[in-house]
Write a new protein. Sequence first.
Length: 50
Amino acid sequence: MARPKIAGVVTVYRKYSHAQHIIDRFLEGYGWNGTHYHPPMDLGSLYVDQ
């Protein structure tokens, strides 16, 4: 079964922006309680409109 794909729609994407922190969790996963997790979905596209 294929993993579902999601899209990111943001107004700004730069280092230390809120969007960068959230999107990075989908791209690289995240640590929680000493364990590294990968979300059960993939980021299929990213739309940035300033």
